[in-house]
Design a protein around this ligand. Structure first.
Ligand code: UD1
Ligand code: CA
Length: 452
């Protein structure tokens, strides 16, 4: 099967420098949703018809399995499909999709493809209470489709028809080669209408069948930001339903945003207003508190992430306690039962099982062993203004509060650093190291008195 995706429209109503089909829905360009659907249907050929901002569209989508056909100028949907024709396999049928219609269910498209077997023309239609703006499906008394009439070309009686053209159709490709070049533009918009092939098919005695989309949002296009936001909410509602069906507890299914792939074990609980980006895996029983953002993370079973934590490209072991207000940056790897508390930032560091940094710390470019305690206010000084350096801390070390570890530096197993230590040389194992001006008390010292 060929799939042609029409995406040449300008999308002026978005009022954006970004071409419409690159606007993100659930973190992914609209067009990428459609290309993914084509792939999942097993398309042998995917051709995108592009126009405005096209080079950027090609670049950003970067899909090796897509062929591109430029449409310049844009003279209508029939003219758009004509541009794709040279790229198509004439012996296979062609499914026409739209770069700004991102949420069509695969089962709906499959039902349409099932109708299209053996050289018939198959149209996807939908029944709307408010059909204004759409092309209407005109049927004969026996129910057979006769033609599609655009809103602006329709009579009063035709405008009362609630069954509308979604634009999505499957056509025999050989026939398209006959029909498309013969389309006229004698209509209200002066465009070459793809919909006119229906009349041509009927005239040629070719059967026109239809399949229906169950829900209007499946075939809804995006023309402005309000429609984009409406489809985003529908996508997220569907995603929330999928998660709950898989055994995830959502505090409020209307307050979760999944912008990628969220994979959850059983009994995961997610509080309100969490955002998940890229691929996130949550193991069994993971609890995510309110207002967390997780991007490209793996979280082991039983881990609890408390409210307001921000985790990006981190691997977290099982039974950890993260946050509230923790920040895990790329390259963070935490073993089992690690605690990372409030206002602790970790970057490009490994922290092994049972270690804790519970308050106000920066751990960057560090390798930390097991059962290490990192005191409040401790920071790794990993950057000398030019290069980054590593800090290595052995198992069972105890880092007192407010230490500065000036990397490259290492702390031996079982070592203790006294509070306030500025460590510039390696600290030996099983030893107390402290760098601190000796405390003194001055007997008889008096505070200065105010003059006059
Ligand atoms: C089209 C259908 C109408 C249907 C409606 C569903 C035609 C003539 N009419 O109308 O029956 O009810 O969709 O939304 O087909 N495009 C191009 N090149 C062009 C023109 C359009 O690539 O020269 C693309 C646009 O990017 C857009 C899609 O085709 O994604 C639909 O074009 P649009 O002009 O919006 O068609 P409608 O008037 O909505
Ligand atoms: Ca439109």
């Amino acid at each position: 099967m060929n799939v042609v995706i029409l995406a040449a429209g300008q999308g002026k109503r978005m009022r954006s420098k970004l071409p419409k089909v690159l606007q993100p829905l659930a973190g992914k360009p609209l067009l990428a949703h459609v290309v993914d659907s084509a792939r999942q249907l097993g398309a042998a050929k995917i051709c995108v018809v592009y126009g405005h901002g096209g080079e950027l569209v090609r670049e950003i989508l970067g899909a090796a399995d897509v062929v591109w056909a430029k449409q310049e100028p844009q003279l209508g949907t029939g003219h758009a499909l004509l541009q794709a024709l040279p790229h198509l396999d004439a012996s296979a049928p062609t499914l026409v999709l739209y770069g700004d219609v991102p949420l069509t269910r695969l089962s709906t498209l499959q039902a349409l493809l099932d109708q299209a077997r053996e050289g018939v023309l198959a149209l996807l239609t939908v029944n709307l209470d408010q059909p204004t703006g759409y092309g209407r499906i005109v049927r004969a008394a026996d129910g057979a489709v006769v033609r599609i009439v655009e809103e602006r070309d329709a009579s009063e009686a035709e405008r009362a028809i609630g069954e509308v053209n979604t634009g999505i159709l499957v056509a025999p490709t050989g026939r398209l080669a006959e029909w498309l070049p013969s389309l006229g533009k004698n209509n209200a918009q002066g465009e070459y209408y793809l919909t006119d092939i229906v009349g041509l098919a009927v005239a040629a005695g070719i059967e026109v069948r239809t399949a229906q989309a169950e829900d209007p949002w499946e075939v809804a296009g995006v023309n402005d930001r309000a429609q984009l936001a409406a489809l985003e909410r529908i996508y997220q509602r569907n995603e929330a339903a999928r998660l709950m069906h898989a055994g995830v507890h959502l505090a409020d299914p209307a307050r979760i945003d999944v912008r990628g792939e969220l994979v959850c074990g059983m009994d995961v609980a997610i509080d309100i207003d969490c955002v998940f980006e890229g691929r996130v895996e949550l193991g069994e029983g993971v609890v995510v508190g309110a207002h967390c953002l997780l991007a490209d993370c793996r979280v082991g079973a039983g881990t609890r992430i408390a409210a307001f934590s921000h985790l990006v490209s981190a691997e977290i072991g099982s039974d950890c306690q993260i946050g509230p207000y923790a920040r895990l940056r790329p390259g963070t790897q935490l073993g089992a039962a690690v605690h990372v508390g409030n206002f602790v930032e970790v970057k490009n560091s490994q922290i092994a099982a049972g270690s804790k940094a519970n308050h106000l710390a920066y751990i960057g470019d560090a390798t930390i062993g097991e059962r290490v305690n990192v005191g409040a206010g401790t920071i790794t000084c990993n950057y000398d203004g030019v290069n980054k350096h590593r800090t290595v801390i052995g198992d069972d070390a105890f880092i007192g509060s407010d230490c500065q570890l000036v990397a490259p530096v290492s702390v031996g197993r079982g070592a203790t650093l006294g509070a306030g230590t500025t460590l510039t040389e390696d600290a030996p194992a099983d030893t107390l190291t402290v760098s601190r001006a000796k405390q003194q008390s001055i007997p008889g010292w008096q505070r200065p008195l105010k003059k006059g």
